[in-house]
Design a protein around this ligand. Structure first.
Ligand SMILES: Cc1cc2nc3c(=O)[nH]c(=O)nc-3n(C[C@H](O)[C@H](O)[C@H](O)COP(=O)(O)OP(=O)(O)OC[C@H]3O[C@@H](n4cnc5c(N)ncnc54)[C@H](O)[C@@H]3O)c2cc1C
Length: 495
């Protein structure tokens, strides 16, 4: 008998959800959740919102207490031996286990900047980070935020509403441009600007300066010197696959743990969920997908738990995320991200009550909504059906048109959805090509060639290979190869 029947590694959203669901499903035997952080599982999404603002206390952030589950906080899994099924913990114990779910989440991408180690320079991932920022900013007035996506924008909004003067430096032409496209980006640019945030688009930080140990200014590529009492960097995250990699599990093209549609990894009895999970999405012909959203982590924890109790179930939820910019705007999104050749706006942008339907080749890839939550369920149905909407854009744009009827009218796009079993380590079909990472935050900006170590930097592109600076890795031509060793795109992972 193993000492632990069900081992869950990582005490974030996915780990908490998996452990909780195991008990709800009547799992028999011991369930142990091992988490490296000091805190019991908490709602990470509050770290840039109410917890940072000081309106939510530590206790408010905690998720529901675990029932009949052993929680080890401040404990790391140092190694997994998937041959003899043992886990090595940082408290020096080695224990045997039966099934395991890996939910080790992601780490922030740290920028290699001169002055990056100065006091007053922060990254935000954990509740403790948020508490430290809150404390450090008690007397700070001018804050520089680095990044054009969710973390930087949310933090700028939160701190501005607390009376700080915020300046945002981003590579994009407008906030959220990379993930939400030009229509929404223009809306958010106007929103942040109207609320007093200074925006410096199409620029980037090159150095942080201070006469002493503390940062006092930020120098940008365009030659700006911005005064700063503190700097908060939101430059995206990278999946934390160190345990998975050492254990010999297969990784996917975006660097996550490769799993099939039931979230089974390349070794039997091993599952993955949350930010590290790169799964074969049954809703889109097993396209590989890795998503960094709260709700997806919760849902995947549930799917993994089902598999662990012997009820493997395809993970067929349409990805969903939300974001709040102070009390200025709340956005919600359902869908698969990636590129869109058409944006259809429904409702009124001027009244902050609109949805954007993103179409690629006539097919809905996602829907963003601000103030029109009623569109989301219909969008979900349209995304599931996968019908061709290219001749229905006028109806989509008409705020009163019945989207339910549209879901019936749209012609289904036929595709064969086959089940691929990665768990055996042998797949009848080769896994499908990677899709872009759908990230709550920026997609990775640097990609490393696993073969020779060459780093592809999105900002620089590959001019000799005909790739313009700023081209997303996902948008590189399929026949693009590593300029150093000739390795294909699939041999690159996020750096
Ligand atoms: C500030 C902030 C705000 C966000 N806001 C939103 C939002 O509004 N909407 C949204 O959809 N998403 C949001 N997100 C993203 C969302 O929080 C993540 O997608 C989600 O938390 C991922 O859950 P996870 O369980 O996969 O990973 P995590 O939450 O990162 O949890 C993984 C845990 O595993 C632990 N761990 C790692 N390695 C080990 C090990 N070897 N041993 C033991 N433990 C280990 C880590 O310490 C961590 O506690 C936000 C993220 C941040 C940082």
């Amino acid at each position: 008998m193993p000492e632990i029947d069900f081992l869950v590694v990582g005490g974030g959203a996915a780990g908490w959800s998996c452990a909780t669901t195991l008990r709800q499903l009547g799992a028999e035997g011991s369930v142990v959740l091992v988490g490296r952080e000091l805190d019991a599982p908490y709602d990470r999404t509050l770290c840039s919102k109410s917890y940072l603002a000081g309106t939510a206390a530590d206790a408010d952030a905690l998720l529901a207490p675990l029932q009949d589950i052993e929680l080890l906080t401040a404990t790391s899994v140092m190694g997994l031996d998937l041959g003899d099924r043992t886990v090595r913990l940082s408290d020096k114990r080695t224990l045997s286990f039966g099934q395991v779910c890996l939910a080790t989440g992601a780490n922030v991408r740290r920028l290699q900047l001169a002055g990056g180690g100065l006091e007053g320079v922060h990254y935000l991932r954990t509740l403790r980070n948020a508490a430290a920022i809150r404390k450090d900013l008690a007397d700070a007035e001018r804050i520089v935020l680095v990044g054009g996506s969710y973390i930087a924008a949310e933090v700028a909004a939160t701190l501005t509403s607390l009376g700080r003067r915020c300046t945002l430096v981003m590579q994009e032409a407008a906030p959220f441009e990379r993930t939400l496209g030009p229509t929404a980006a223009a809306f958010f640019q106007q929103l942040l600007d109207a609320n007093g945030i200074t925006l410096h688009p199409q620029d980037e930080v090159v150095r942080l300066e201070g006469p002493g140990d503390r940062v006092t200014s930020v120098v940008t590529a365009r030659g700006r010197r911005l005064p700063a009492d503190a700097v908060i960097i939101g430059a995206g995250v990278m999946p934390d696959v160190s345990v998975a990699k050492r254990a010999g599990l297969a990784l996917g093209p975006t660097g996550g743990v490769l799993v099939d549609e039931c979230l089974r990894a390349s070794v039997p009895g091993v599952f993955a969920a949350g930010d590290i999970c790169e799964y074969a999405d049954p809703l889109r012909g097993r396209q590989l997908r890795r998503v960094e959203h709260w709700d997806v982590a919760i849902q995947q924890g549930r799917t993994a738990a089902r598999g662990m109790v012997g009820e493997p179930t395809p993970h067929d939820a349409v990805p969903y995320f939300f974001s709040d910019l102070a009390d200025w705007a709340s956005l919600e999104y359902v869908g698969f991200g990636g590129t869109a050749d058409t944006e259809v706006v429904r409702g009124s942008i001027a009244d902050s009550a609109f949805s954007v339907f993103y179409l690629q080749d006539g097919r809905l890839s996602g829907t963003l909504t601000i103030g029109r939550g009623e569109d989301l369920d219909h969008a979900r149905a349209l995304l599931r059906d996968g019908g061709d909407l290219s001749t229905f854009t006028a109806e989509l744009a008409e705020p009163d048109h019945d989207l339910r009827a549209l879901a019936k009218e749209a012609r289904p796009v036929s595709e064969s959805i086959k089940v691929v079993q990665v768990a055996s380590g042998v797949s009848a079909d080769p896994l499908p090509p990677a899709s872009p990472v759908e990230s709550y935050g920026q997609a990775p900006q640097q990609w490393i060639c696993e073969n020779c170590g060459f780093i592809f930097d999105v900002a620089e592109g590959d001019p000799d290979g005909g790739v313009a600076p700023g081209t997303a890795f996902a948008d590189l031509p399929d026949d693009w190869v590593c300029p150093v060793c000739g390795a294909t795109k699939s041999q690159f992972g996020p750096y």
